[in-house]
Design a binder for this molecule. Structure first.
Ligand code: INI
Length: 160
């Protein structure tokens, strides 16, 4: 006997995805968006099956993600942002609220909601993760969205 294993197919042709992306630190977030769109294309998603909504900052991502998740027809929502610590305690409020909010949207709606928000101490660290030495977190987030869409499709459905 072997167990039934679910891994989430990455065949994403025909799937629809939404991206909420923060304009704050858009030097970084535009690169995250480029990475996410490239990953969707890589997995066979058509450009017109992806919708992008820009928010003022990372703090606003959860509300916009919720609206997108409640819109019938998206298989997953990707949230992209860059919260950079700098000198202020603002970082902790923005990053914490953003992470908790995005997680809550996924749990409340049942639509996978992916956390593609960089939380770094410096701009250089953020650049490294937005197409630099440490890859592109936007690409990773879109790939996670594709995988979660496939996995939730495969798993037994819960009660309505
Ligand atoms: N928003 C970010 O996306 N990243 C940040 O680093 C940031 N900092 O440092 O302040 C930030 N602030 C704005 C915040 O997300 C809201 O847009 C703003 O507070 C209005 O609600």
């Amino acid at each position: 006997m072997s167990p039934i294993v679910h891994e989430g197919s990455r065949a994403a042709r025909g799937r629809r995805f939404a991206v909420a992306v923060s304009r704050f630190n858009d030097v970084i977030t535009s690169k995250l968006l480029d990475g996410a769109l490239a990953a969707f294309r890589h997995h066979g998603v058509a450009d017109d099956d992806v919708e992008v909504a820009w928010t003022p900052g990372a703090f606003e991502l959860p509300l916009v993600a919720k609206r997108l998740a409640e819109t019938d027809g998206f298989d997953a929502v990707v949230c992209l942002g860059a919260v950079i610590r700098g000198e202020t305690a603002h970082f902790d409020y923005v990053a914490g609220a953003c992470a908790r909010g995005i997680q809550r949207v996924g749990l409340d709606t049942g639509v996978p909601c992916v956390f593609g928000v960089l939380t770094t101490d410096t701009l250089a660290q953020a650049l490294d993760r937005a197409g630099g030495d440490h890859g592109n977190k936007g690409w990773e987030a879109a790939t996670a969205a594709v995988e979660m869409a496939g996995l939730l499709d495969e798993l037994p459905k819960g009660a309505p």
